[in-house]
Design a protein. Structure first.
Length: 490
């Protein structure tokens, strides 16, 4: 049976991996056998399997897909042959090679030499130490190679060789952004309010080991070196500083959820994001009101809301990671759907932290029933199953709409409006000007031409998501002494 060698080329160089077991996986997380530093990879991205001469690769429900010779892998796996080229992530390329195994070294021949035949007693006395010395040198050399591979190889196993002369000239493509389609669904219910007004901002709960975020540069800022004024919270900034802060932080959110790709967010969208952010900020106050009763969730102070989110974060992060969706999507869907209240019910009927209708919850694995309510709950009110169902739903939406930087906000919007309504509005917007991007911001720019429901409700959804992510990922910028929510993994 031939040896299976995977040559690789990524941002950090080239190398070879000897696959000598029945399976070998790739990704950017600790679960992968070989980890690549490529933000376009899912934590467990793809696995190569082998049974004798049969070799195939399976995509592990990754966000950006796995491609063999520029064709997306089949759901049940794609066979691999010598010379096949595999593309994963933004810039990681693999090449399959099958090589005949090296012939086994011949067995050593034992020769008995008498002292007479050797000619001198001293000669035979010298031979044994020489053999011992040679063996010691061999052992030391092999150990040095093993240690070098473990330190420099970057994978879990010692059979990674950082050589090689691998041909890395075949083209790499940007993150896959598959075309969306329409279906006649209007699935997840929602409850979208601009939030209640509060009073003055004051610092909240404490995790004192939080890193200092105030002096960090504005990621995404168009002004090189521009940074938050040291010692200033958002509330203390000038109007111009607030606008620049919102723009730059929104573009960070866009890069994170859009697989490291980002497009400039137009001024009208920045203004909408800021209006929701300011509403959240107005609810930072010293008097806590942790209330998830009907309507009370909108009266909760923001430190209490973020405290609920902190408690929910570990299982949301786990559920969305399992589906290859960035966990910030799950954290802030739950924020805008229910402010992390586990059994909230909308006046239109959807229930739970992720506001599932009965039919959609059932479709994604929840035990739902008609007439369920906070006083008579079904599985939509169980936080961990609901998070898994929400991750499954978002996986389905991104599979239809795409996983690129412009598509993820559309998928988030369709969680609220359903794919059918979103597709119809997008067609209307693009008919007005075909040169516009296929993006949610195009819908915002053309909202006056779109359906009344979009203008009244759906237009708020994605800007509110971005506002929630800005305050949730930068709480200390608002005087709330917490870590970013996405860091609460346990």
């Amino acid at each position: 049976m031939d040896e299976l060698i995977i040559s690789y080329s990524d941002e950090n160089g080239t190398g070879e991996i000897l696959v000598d077991g029945e399976r070998y996986s790739f990704g950017r997380g600790s679960d992968a056998d070989h980890r690549f530093d490529d933000s376009g990879l899912s934590r467990l991205h793809a696995t190569i399997y082998r049974e004798g001469d049969r070799i195939w690769i399976v995509d592990e429900n990754s966000s950006n897909g796995t491609f063999v010779n520029d064709r997306r892998t089949e759901p049940a796996g794609t066979p691999l042959r010598d010379g096949d080229r595999i593309r994963i992530g933004h810039f990681t390329n693999l090449k399959v090679s099958l090589r005949p195994k090296a012939a086994a070294a011949p067995a050593a021949v034992s020769t008995t030499v008498s002292s007479e035949a050797s000619g001198a007693e001293e000669g035979s006395g010298f031979l044994i130490p020489a053999l011992i010395l040679g063996f010691a040198v061999l052992v030391i050399g092999v150990s040095a190679v093993f240690i070098g591979v473990k330190v420099l190889g970057g994978g879990k196993t010692p059979n990674v060789v950082t050589d090689t002369g691998y041909d890395d000239s075949f083209p790499t493509d940007p993150a896959d952004d598959t075309a969306g389609n329409d279906s006649n669904k209007n699935d997840a219910g929602n409850q979208n309010s601009n939030g209640a007004n509060g009073t003055d901002p004051t610092p909240g709960v404490g995790d004192s080991a939080t890193p200092d975020l105030y002096a960090t540069p504005f990621p995404g800022s168009s002004t090189p070196g521009q940074s938050l004024p040291v010692g200033k919270t958002y509330q203390q900034m000038s109007e111009a500083e607030k606008n620049q802060y919102v723009k730059s932080k929104a573009e960070v959110v866009s890069r994170v959820i859009g697989n490291s790709g980002s497009e400039s967010i137009p001024p009208e969208a920045v203004a909408k994001i800021r209006s929701f952010l300011d509403s959240y900020v107005s609810r930072i106050r010293s008097a806590k009101n942790n209330d998830c009763s009907g309507g009370g969730w909108l009266r909760s102070d923001m430190t209490s809301v973020l405290g609920r989110a902190k408690a929910n974060a570990p299982f949301i992060i786990h559920a969305f990671n399992d589906k290859g969706i960035d966990p910030q999507v799950g954290l802030y869907l739950a924020m805008i759907e229910s402010e992390h209240c586990e059994c909230l019910q909308s006046y239109t009927g959807p229930l739970g932290m992720f506001q599932f209708t009965q039919a959609t919850g059932k479709r994604y694995g929840l035990d739902t029933r008609s007439g369920a309510s906070p006083s008579n709950p079904d599985e939509r009110c169980e936080k961990e199953p609901a998070a898994k169902a929400a991750a499954g739903y978002m996986k389905a939406l991104t599979g239809r709409i795409g996983t690129g930087p412009l598509s993820i906000p559309l998928a988030i919007a369709s969680y609220n409006s359903g794919e059918g309504g979103l597709g119809k509005n997008l067609r209307t917007a693009l008919e007005a000007n075909e040169s516009q991007d296929r993006s949610f911001w195009t819908l915002v720019a053309n909202s006056d031409k779109l359906a009344e429901q979009f203008q009244r409700e759906n237009i708020k959804y994605v800007p509110k998501f971005f506002a929630a992510a800005i305050i949730g990922e930068n709480p200390r910028d608002f005087g709330i002494d917490m870590l970013p929510l996405s860091l609460y993994t346990r």
